[in-house]
Design a protein around this ligand. Structure first.
Ligand code: GLP
Length: 239
């Protein structure tokens, strides 16, 4: 693991954004695994700025980590909507190159199998990740075996509470999601995890220094040989 500790959210975004922009520049057909949440927004702003300076995403393919079950893609709290709003509508990516697990599919098991098969035949150059305060990556909650592929998940109460900040009330937060599994995440050639704030410090410490165990899903990243952990001083405060 390469760990980069910087001063704040903006510098985390810059460090991570540069790695992704360099990859797209070197490899215009890069496949990017993307994440939602507040952590990647600054990275997406940086990529949009790079696009304004001439970086093209016209041949890039993206694969998002996860999606809620039970809210349609057009809903303003869906992860599809989030990505459109924060990145896709500001760059020249082609619609047909944007991929998500479909949380509205009628047969969710078939949808999970489809997405895993797609991920296996479309190797990601980079997988971007945030981390939940309980150590989750994507929506792989504590207890998820490391060999799990795309699956539906019942969100933990703590995750529902954490994500309620994006909704008008906790009741509106979907209880289920579809997520890439840890096995799918580890298939990416390079992984970048970003985190800021003291509320992530315990999860970062568990990920880097605790046991490699499903109790801390992010600890699985220690089994991968090309991982960047890019965090601010506050998130690093328990290391
Ligand atoms: C959600 C997402 C995760 C994300 C996490 C942290 O649960 N499914 O992919 O990493 O939130 O979000 P934030 O970056 O807003 O703290």
């Amino acid at each position: 693991m390469k760990i980069i500790i910087t001063k704040d959210y903006n510098s985390v975004s810059l460090e991570a954004g540069k790695i992704i922009a360099d990859e797209v520049e070197k490899n215009p057909r890069a496949v990017l695994g993307l994440a939602t949440g507040s952590s990647p927004i600054g990275i997406y702003r940086y990529l949009i700025a790079c696009h304004k300076e001439g970086l093209s995403f016209a041949s890039v393919t993206t694969a998002n980590l996860d999606e809620y079950v039970g809210i349609p893609a057009e809903h303003n709290q869906s992860y599809r909507y989030f990505m459109k709003d924060n990145l896709f509508s500001h760059i020249d990516i082609k619609q047909e190159n944007i991929h998500f697990p479909d949380g509205s599919a009628t047969d969710l098991d078939a949808e999970c199998a489809r997405y895993s098969a797609f991920l296996s035949k479309t190797p990601r150059s980079i997988q971007l990740l945030g981390i939940g305060a309980n150590g989750h990556i994507g929506f792989n909650e504590p207890g998820t075996p490391f060999d799990t592929e795309t699956h539906t998940v019942d969100l933990k109460e703590s995750t529902i509470r954490d994500n309620a900040r994006f909704f008008s009330s906790e009741n509106e937060v979907p209880r289920r999601a579809v997520t890439m599994g840890i096995k799918n995440i580890l298939q990416a050639k390079r992984i970048i995890l970003v985190a800021t704030d003291t509320k992530k410090a315990q999860a970062i410490a568990n990920m880097m220094k605790g046991d490699i165990s499903p109790e801390c899903p992010a600890s699985a990243l220690r089994l991968h040989d090309d991982v960047y952990i890019i965090i601010d001083k506050s998130a690093a405060s328990l290391l």
